[in-house]
Design a protein around this ligand. Structure first.
Ligand code: GAR
Length: 216
């Protein structure tokens, strides 16, 4: 058990319900860390209001004001580094990150993606699960590597897909699970129970299978 609390920076683009779940888990000491900064790339993101209500310093770095991805990522890295984080959590952060950015924080970057990876990387995951008549769908927490949504999975949660589901129904069902598994995995990283090595995820030194800790 790691005694000192880890410093967490959260990156968001939108609603911020996963950020809220992580902030709440820190407050309840279910995460051995504290959120020291929240950064959004969208000024209107509700997540910024969540940060303000929780007295968490926040800032918006609008990607649209940068000429290219690299200059945005450099500015983002400066804002992150100013908060001296141990861990960076992507919580609905809808930007592709440059290889240089990912390399700088390798092993410290977690993402949550609303599909059972490696299925459905990218956008529109809920509708794609419905269109393919999948009987189950879900969400994955994974370490971030340069491949989009391609880093090794630490933990997944599954939900059923019902016949009359809309993408919004499914998104809501998936979010409920996300709010459970993301704080758990963030806490594992805070307590140094999980690690990234050679593009594989490890839990207590054991390599995790492709679908992460809770494999069938
Ligand atoms: C979540 O479902 C998360 O998995 C997804 O965005 C939603 C954010 O919700 N992330 C991605 O699609 C990343 N590729 P939130 O803002 O309420 O946490």
């Amino acid at each position: 058990m790691v005694s000192s609390q880890k410093r967490i920076v959260i990156l968001v683009s939108g609603n911020g319900s996963n950020a809220q779940a992580i902030i709440d888990a820190c407050a309840k000491k279910a995460i051995n860390g504290s959120v020291v900064k929240l950064i959004s790339n969208v000024q209107s993101a509700h997540a910024l209001t969540i940060a303000a209500k929780s007295n968490i310093p926040s800032t918006c770095i609008d990607h649209k004001t940068f000429q290219d991805r690299d200059s945005f990522d450099m500015s983002l890295a400066q804002a992150i580094d100013a908060a001296q984080p141990d861990i960076i959590v992507l919580a609905g952060f809808m930007r592709i990150l440059s290889h240089a950015f990912v390399a700088k924080y390798l092993g410290k970057l977690l993402n949550i993606h609303p599909s059972l990876l490696p299925k459905y990387t990218g956008l529109g995951t809920h509708q794609r699960a419905i269109d393919n008549e999948d009987s189950e769908h879900g969400t994955s927490v994974h370490f971030v590597t340069p491949e989009l949504d391609g880093g090794p999975v630490v933990l997944q949660a599954k939900v059923p897909v019902f016949e009359d589901d809309t993408a919004d129904d499914l998104a809501l069902r998936v979010l409920v699970q996300e709010h459970k598994i993301y704080p758990l995995v963030v806490n594992w990283l805070c307590n140094e129970r999980i690690a990234l090595s050679n593009k594989k995820a490890f839990f207590d030194g054991q390599e995790l299978p492709e679908c992460g800790y809770a494999s069938d």
